[in-house]
Design a protein around this ligand. Structure first.
Ligand code: GLN
Ligand code: ZN
Length: 765
């Protein structure tokens, strides 16, 4: 039985790679210093995996930015516009070109944009989207995969190189021209894969891991056929090659036959996400194929339940024999934080709760333990594990009957505003008495160094609560004066007290813990440190009322209360695996619902509940989407429906794709939704128009991702465009998203122009 690992985090347990990359980009360290840090991380990771008893240790899972971009370089898919980076006077080499593709390049008289980036399946990891043209050619163009294999070999470790499979690679990209389909490029692509395989075999590789996560998607005939052609060809040409084909993030489901009949040495499946099909998979494997059991959760931070994993292992051994069984994490550990042992602050993470967890390093030991228990009868490992699992199952820290009962008692009426939107709208219009095209912002104002330092000093204990709160109040005060001066209609307090729109609420809710080093790569050098929901959620006291009512007391204008919604809080946290996500989401809904009620009681008339992440939570398979969306809609409605008709509920979503979820967005029944539209020139309003979306909309009139100040004219133009597809009495005027990443000067200039644009449009009506 081999112990198999699919990939290991490459950021370093102290985010060494992040720091090194950023230093290199800002010219503080040389390229050889950067390469040295990369080399150290790889060495540490390989040795760690070796010491942990892993047999199939991955290589080429390291990356300076993104493994999909690495792959584009490997097979020579480099868009032409990046050729210029290598020529001319600048002393650039391939690594600089690589970073230019990832981040854009504005130097030496060149101005080349970065390639597009998007989310990797349903993770929060972002990859660089490959671009394909009609007459695309491919050519072996990077030695990274070979160098890293040799590097490990020099340490005495014969690794299993990891490579993105040809079908998943093609599907991950985009056609940049008409007249062809990217899958048609397979024929041109396969010879390069063959060259790679040949070279790796010559270097001494035995196993090669081909990642084909596309097997977790709804596939049609052509995709399945492409898999058959590719792996058929590899097996014919390289009879000695051992292919480990991996799929993860969901079950094979109707792709089972397509996967199990491929001529590969081993098939890896994700049994955490989709255990249902296990027996069927065992029964359908070809006789020569082994199975890699993805039993240790690579996407979450909970300790593995050995008892449960052992039932899979036993069943597989009984059916296939030990030689055809591998034990593995469910997917690459890239999506796990590095090392639980670094968490030493009991206040963030109490020892008892920490005992229920495992990060990447600990997950390697879990794979090894499972082997030791099943192959060598080490029962004591099982006993210790079951003690932790039992203590979690029964812990009073987690289970709060009151919370569970409240969720169970929710009725249809709890998820329903008193009156339908048309009636609410009348009441709100007469109460709020706002002009047509009311102006507002999305919530946050620039987070200056001042403010960051203020929060950091308070956290460290250098400031008393009183000192801290007084300073925050000062910031709120000047933000309000400023908003009044430029004559915005609906004001915000600025969110100066918040580090992050999810962590802020997590810290104020029961049922959450936090880590100090639990970083996971999000894109390039960017990492996130999701808070952890470990238990039933409740709200010990009001979370935002203090700030919102203070802000409201300073102005005659309306102040928006500002909350993060249950869907987004859930999506950006590590979540419990001992109850359905939908149950946790409803617990969060109730906490937000109580906050909404308290804000209303405190006299706040407009409350915004941000749901930036509803789209991200969409399941990979179409068949699962309805259930997810129904739960999400219900959660939002539970959170927002306790208020009077007159109280106006806003929501905000910052992405620009609504076509396939517009029905659910409408079902959320927020009185006002603000969305990102400026980069698509309002085009996405089509979806709202076609659907006859009834409620009010604030289509973003300028892009907040860039410091550029939009002109009044261009915003007038966008608003006029919006007026052709939406009823004018339903249109709000606001930027695309919050302004926390901007600086004050450009924010002031942009918002002044925005107010002027609204005034101009009102005059023309
Ligand atoms: N209210 C939040 C802000 O303004 C919304 C952020 C978001 O949509 N990501 O920052
Ligand atoms: Zn946003």
């Amino acid at each position: 039985m081999l112990k198999n690992n699919l990939g290991y985090p490459r950021i370093g347990s102290h985010r060494e790679l992040k720091k090194a990359c950023e230093s290199y980009w800002s010219g503080k360290i040389s390229q050889s210093q950067l390469l040295e840090v990369g080399g150290q991380i790889r060495r540490q990771n390989w040795l760690l995996q070796q010491q942990s008893g892993i047999d199939l240790i991955p290589s080429n899972d390291f990356s300076f930015y993104d493994q999909v971009l690495d792959h584009s370089l490997l097979i020579g898919n480099i868009p032409e516009r990046y050729d210029a980076i290598l020529s001319g006077n600048a002393a650039n080499n391939q690594l600089d070109q690589y970073f230019a593709m990832a981040r854009g390049y504005q130097k030496d008289g060149l101005d080349v944009k970065a390639m597009e980036m998007t989310k990797w399946y349903d993770t929060n990891y972002h990859f660089i989207v490959p671009e394909f043209v009609k007459n695309q050619t491919f050519k072996l163009s990077s030695s990274k995969i070979f160098d890293e294999f040799s590097e490990a070999l020099a340490l005495g470790i014969s690794t299993k190189p990891v490579i993105l499979g040809p079908v998943s690679y093609l599907l991950a990209g985009k056609e940049k021209e008409d007249g062809f389909k990217r899958l048609d490029l397979l024929t041109a692509l396969l010879p390069v894969y063959e060259q790679i395989i040949e070279k790796l075999l010559a270097l001494g590789a035995q196993w090669i891991q081909f990642d084909e996560p596309c097997l977790a998607l709804d596939l049609g005939y052509h995709e399945k056929d492409a898999l058959r052609i590719a792996y058929g060809q590899f097996s014919t040409k390289f009879p000695k090659l051992k292919v480990l084909l991996t799929t993860y993030f969901d079950g094979l489901r109707d792709n089972l036959l397509a996967a199990s009949q491929l001529p590969v040495a081993a098939l890896h499946v994700d049994l955490v996400r989709y255990p249902q099909q296990f027996t069927e998979i065992l029964g359908s494997l070809k006789e020569s194929t082994a199975i890699s059991l993805g039993v240790v959760d690579g996407r979450n931070i909970w300790k593995n339940d050995y008892q449960q994993s052992l039932t899979f292992i036993k069943e597989a051994i009984a059916k296939l024999g030990e030689n055809r069984v591998m034990i593995a994490p469910s997917c690459s550990l890239l999506h796990s934080p590095c090392d639980l042992a670094l968490e030493k602050d009991e206040e963030c993470l109490p020892a008892q709760i920490k005992d229920w967890m495992a990060f990447a390093k600990q997950k390697l030991s879990e794979v090894n333990d499972l082997y030791e228990i099943s192959a060598n009868g080490k029962q004591e490992l099982l006993t210790a594990n079951q003690a932790s699992i039992e203590s979690r199952r029964a812990s009073a820290l987690i289970h709060k009957p009151v919370v569970k009962e409240r969720v169970a008692a929710l009725t249809e009426a709890d998820a329903q505003r008193t009156s339908p939107f048309v009636e609410r709208q009348k009441k709100q219009k007469s109460l709020l008495n706002l002009p047509l095209f009311p102006t507002t912002t999305i919530g946050s104002f620039p987070q200056t160094d001042d403010i960051r330092q203020l929060r950091a000093r308070y956290k460290k204990g250098d400031l008393s609560t009183e000192q801290y709160e007084t300073s925050i109040e000062e910031h709120i005060k000047s933000a309000i004066e400023w908003q009044e001066n430029i004559d915005l209609d609906v004001l915000v307090h600025g969110e100066f007290e918040r580090n992050d729109m999810v962590e802020y609420f997590g810290e104020l809710l029961n049922g959450y813990v936090f880590t100090q080093n639990g970083w996971v790569q999000s894109y390039g050098s960017r990492c996130v440190k999701p808070p952890i929901i470990f238990g039933d959620i409740d709200r010990p006291e009001a979370m935002t009322v203090r700030w919102s009512s203070f802000a409201q007391s300073l102005t005659q204008k309306y102040m928006k209360g500002m909350l993060t919604g249950p869907i987004t809080i859930l999506q950006w946290s590590f979540v419990r695996d001992d109850q359905p996500r939908s149950t946790t989401m409803l617990q969060l809904s109730l906490a937000i619902r109580d906050e909404v009620s308290d804000l209303e009681k405190a006299g706040i008339k407009i409350i915004q509940i941000d749901e930036a992440a509803i789209r991200e939570g969409l399941p990979l398979r179409k068949a699962d989407r309805k259930a997810y969306l129904d739960n999400a809609v219900r959660s939002f409605r539970v959170a927002s429906s306790s208020v009077k008709d007159e109280t106006q509920i806003h929501t905000h979503m910052c992405y620009s794709e609504f076509n396939d979820i517009i029905e659910s967005i409408a079902a959320m029944d927020a009185d006002v939704i603000t969305i990102e539209t400026s980069r698509s020139q309002m085009e996405l309003l089509e979806a709202f128009n076609e659907f006859n979306y009834p409620n009010e909309i604030g289509p973003g009139v300028y892009d907040i991702h860039s410091p550029r100040v939009p002109t009044t004219e261009e915003m007038v133009h966008l608003l006029e465009k919006a007026s052709t597809v939406l009823p004018v009495e339903n249109i709000w005027v606001n930027p695309d998203c919050g302004l926390k990443t901007r600086k004050w000067p450009e924010t002031e200039a942009a918002l002044k122009n925005m107010v002027a644009a609204a005034e101009a449009v009102r005059k023309n009506i």
